[in-house]
Ligand binder design. Structure first.
Ligand SMILES: NC(=O)c1ccc[n+]([C@@H]2O[C@H](COP(=O)([O-])OP(=O)(O)OC[C@H]3O[C@@H](n4cnc5c(N)ncnc54)[C@H](OP(=O)(O)O)[C@@H]3O)[C@@H](O)[C@H]2O)c1
Length: 298
């Protein structure tokens, strides 16, 4: 299917895609951009018609197939979702892979008992980043009350409160100097986008029977734990993957973004043009990226 791209977005993986040996693109030439929204130019599948507005996130977009950092992209129709009524092409990219992953993380935690009807404390890590900032907004929109945002950056506190965090915790205050086997129980559920020492240090702080979803490695790929949180507290660690999440189940989630999850706080959204991308990538690499950057193609 050929799509005229209107917008793309910037995700952590897009930064990796433009690094030498970043592990995302293996054959060149290739156009990066794991997300795109735009209009169908031509399609060999009757499900989509010329002129229809569509969204593509994940699968091999921007990896083995031309991605969103381009005026046109060619991808298999099996990767494409129709833009739901109520969302603009720009809105769809404010969500993008980061927001879709935030939604999957919430749904995964809810499958293990997280609920807005219970008095639970939920911690979101990497809070000022793409996944974290959208997760906070979705949790707020879902009616959650005790949404704790974890950030390394004191300067982000006001913005995180404005998008729905109940309070903001600094990583340096929450992580113990030396990781404990079992620590004081503080959180019922942890939505983690950071991995590394952050996830390792938080696992022992989860209440009996709680869970942590893991989708990211912005803070490193190592995850250190003993078996104790699992065998003495019944804690679950739940993996989240947005890339190969089944296409059949995607429409329903995008419908939620157009309805109950219509978040779109502009506090952490910035539009950029192609010439500004390298600066955004540098910020992601340095760990100082905040919110969602939307690439304007049209
Ligand atoms: N599994 C999947 O399908 C999937 C999908 C999307 C994303 N991801 C992964 O999820 C992670 C987040 O993606 P994103 O697009 O939200 O990235 P992002 O916008 O760069 O956000 C990452 C956030 O993590 C925190 N952080 C960065 N470096 C850190 C470090 N060294 N130590 C501790 N915290 C650090 C920062 O938040 P603070 O400054 O607020 O602490 C940063 O804003 C990435 O690893 C990405 O690859 C996975």
């Amino acid at each position: 299917m050929l799509i005229k791209v209107a917008f793309s977005s910037v995700n952590y993986k897009d930064m990796l895609a433009v690094q030498t040996k970043g592990g995302v693109i293996n054959n060149y030439p290739m156009i990066p951009g794991i997300d795109l929204s735009g209009t169908v130019v031509s399609s060999n599948k009757s499900k989509f018609t010329q002129g229809q507005k569509v969204i593509v996130t994940g699968f091999q977009t921007g990896m083995t197939h031309t991605g969103g950092y381009s005026e046109y992209a060619r991808v298999p129709a099996e990767w494409v979702v129709a833009l739901p009524e109520g969302l603009s092409l720009h809105d769809a990219m404010v969500i993008g892979t980061a927001g879709f992953t935030a939604a999957l993380s919430i749904m995964t935690l809810e499958s293990k008992g997280m609920s807005p009807d219970k008095d639970q404390h939920i911690l979101v890590t990497g809070a000022s980043g793409g996944v974290g900032s959208v997760a906070i907004q979705l949790l707020k929109a879902s009616g959650y009350k005790n949404i704790h945002a974890l950030t390394r950056d004191q300067g982000e506190i006001d913005k995180l409160l404005s998008i729905g965090a109940s309070d903001v915790l600094l990583t340096s205050d929450v992580l113990p100097e030396k990781q404990k086997v079992l620590d004081k129980q503080k959180f019922h559920y942890v939505l983690d986008a950071v991995g590394g020492e952050v996830a390792s240090g938080l696992l022992p702080q989860i209440y009996y029977g709680g869970s942590m979803s893991m989708c990211g490695n912005a803070g490193g790929i190592q995850f250190n734990s003993t078996v104790m949180p699992f065998i003495l507290r019944g804690i679950s660690v739940l993996g989240v993957d947005s890339v190969n999440f089944p296409i059949q189940e995607r429409d329903a989630i995008w419908q939620r973004f157009a309805g109950e999850w219509h978040i779109m706080s502009q506090a952490l959204v910035k539009d950029v043009v192609m010439e500004e991308l390298s600066e955004v990538f540098e910020n992601i690499k340095a760990g100082s990226h905040t919110g969602r950057h939307i690439l304007k193609i049209i």
